[in-house]
Design a binder for this molecule. Structure first.
Ligand code: AMP
Ligand code: GLY
Length: 414
């Protein structure tokens, strides 16, 4: 591999903005290219008609490493297409992308390797559904539904209605198979890991605030904030180490042939009297907003880590972190997640974010004549590292001018 690298970052959200920002800080970067880019103009944008076209253009531009942010291209097999053009990729192959694109595939993987998870049954036909005798159940569409395919139902009528809607094709083919899952209660944790085919390197655990507000029955969102690291007690750490070993064994046994991220959405729950981490979901990418907080916390050169992964040298990497805690806070539009209103002008405080060590990543932003406008429910992802990061971020968010802005004021590191 060359000593300085041409990098492609694929994707348009705050996570990809943060990845681009991180790799640009590295002395290993030669040139940054962006595909399906958002409004963040940190590199040269490559326009393309399809993934084959993009791969050809990247080969022509001598891209040394393609980093894929979102799951869709991975699930559509973009890694296989890039590899056929000899472009090294950070991204899961199509087969393992099913860990995210099929909840059932994920469950079978967990069963095979003794990884703890919620009990479940598969439903293809409403007439086969037995009465639940449980106050709360979780209904999950098997396929990708843009974060909308999980419903927690606390009465049977609502559960039946949801299953009916899913089976009738609310999310097309992706909800024609439904999982009815046992409801687990406990603290959630996000564990992001990088696999190089031999070594599974784990980033410091992080926490994502998924609910729209502090009420436990508030709607689930794409993430209203996150922080990293999460301090674990010795029991939680011991159990996490056991889980990490199981995941590594599973990837080794499968001879998983990719270089990419695996995200484990975990919950510390008690089942049959035993407390342990249970997997709620797998993703095959970095979490958003966890990536923003984790990359801010990371002191080690992120591009050096990715380069080591492509060279199958992750065993030589020891991750180092800043002493303080990193967090990010989502600034959304009122109405999110159901009916966000776009097109609001955003004016950032006069005292620039950089002077206050705050990064402003674009989640859903459009730039028109140099001005920023909201475009999407989650608009900005504000990120900092300090002793009380949510305090700093809330104050900054208050100063941002945007009609109908909404952010959580109750978030804190805990
Ligand atoms: P998922 O996309 O599967 O992670 O689900 C999104 C969110 O729904 C999770 O982060 C949890 O907050 C919640 N959730 C999913 N599965 C369960 C479960 N079995 N028990 C309790 N909460 C769950
Ligand atoms: N923050 C969870 C996710 O990215 O799916």
């Amino acid at each position: 591999m060359r000593t300085t690298l041409n990098i492609l970052v694929f994707g348009s959200g705050a996570r990809e903005h943060a990845i681009a920002d991180s790799v640009l800080k590295s002395p290993l970067i030669d040139k940054l290219y962006l595909a399906q880019a958002g409004a963040f103009d940190l590199g040269e944008v490559i326009e393309f008609s399809d993934y084959e076209d993009l791969a050809k253009k990247c080969a022509g531009l001598k891209i040394d490493m393609a980093i894929f942010g979102p799951e869709e291209p991975l699930c559509q097999g973009i890694v296989e297409i890039f590899k056929s053009h000899n472009i090294p990729c950070i991204g899961v192959n199509k087969y393992f992308s099913q860990l995210e694109s099929s909840k059932l595939f994920g469950k079978k993987f967990m069963e095979k390797y003794g990884i703890k998870t919620a009990k479940y049954e598969v439903i293809n036909n409403l007439s086969t559904v037995q009465p639940f005798n449980r106050s709360t159940v979780v209904i999950k569409a098997d396929g990708l539904c843009g974060g909308k395919g999980v419903v927690i139902a606390n009465n049977e009528a609502f559960a039946q209605k949801t299953i009916e809607e899913f089976l009738a094709g609310k999310f097309g083919e992706n909800s024609k198979t439904v999982l009815l899952e046992e409801f687990l209660q406990g603290e959630e944790l996000s564990l992001m890991s990088l696999w190089d085919g031999k070594t599974l390197l784990h980033f410091a655990p992080s926490k994502d605030f998924k609910r729209l507000n502090k009420s436990p029955s508030a709607p689930n969102t794409g993430g209203m904030g996150a922080f990293c690291p999460v301090k674990l007690n010795s029991f939680q750490q011991k159990k996490l180490d056991e889980y990490k070993n199981k995941l590594k064994k599973a990837l080794e046994t499968e001879k998983a042939d990719f270089v990419g991220f695996i995200y484990s959405g975990l919950i510390m729950a008690q089942k049959e009297g035993v407390w342990d981490w249970h997997v709620l979901e797998y993703n095959v990418r970095l979490g958003d907003p966890e990536a923003q907080a984790t990359l801010a916390h990371l002191k080690t050169d992120f591009l050096e880590v990715l380069k080591a992964a492509l060279e199958q040298n992750l065993d030589k990497i020891k991750l180092e972190y800043n002493e303080d805690i990193s967090a990010c806070l989502t600034l959304a539009c009122e109405g999110y997640p159901k009916t966000p209103r776009d097109g609001k002008k955003i004016t950032l405080p006069e005292e620039t974010a950089e002077n206050r060590d705050i990064k402003v990543f674009y989640a859903g932003v459009e730039k028109i004549d140099g001005e920023l406008y909201s475009k999407g429910g989650r608009v900005l992802s504000l990120c900092t590292t300090s002793q009380d990061p949510f305090w700093d971020l809330k104050n900054f968010a208050k100063e941002i001018e945007m009609e109908n802005k909404y952010f959580r004021t109750d978030l804190e590191v805990r």
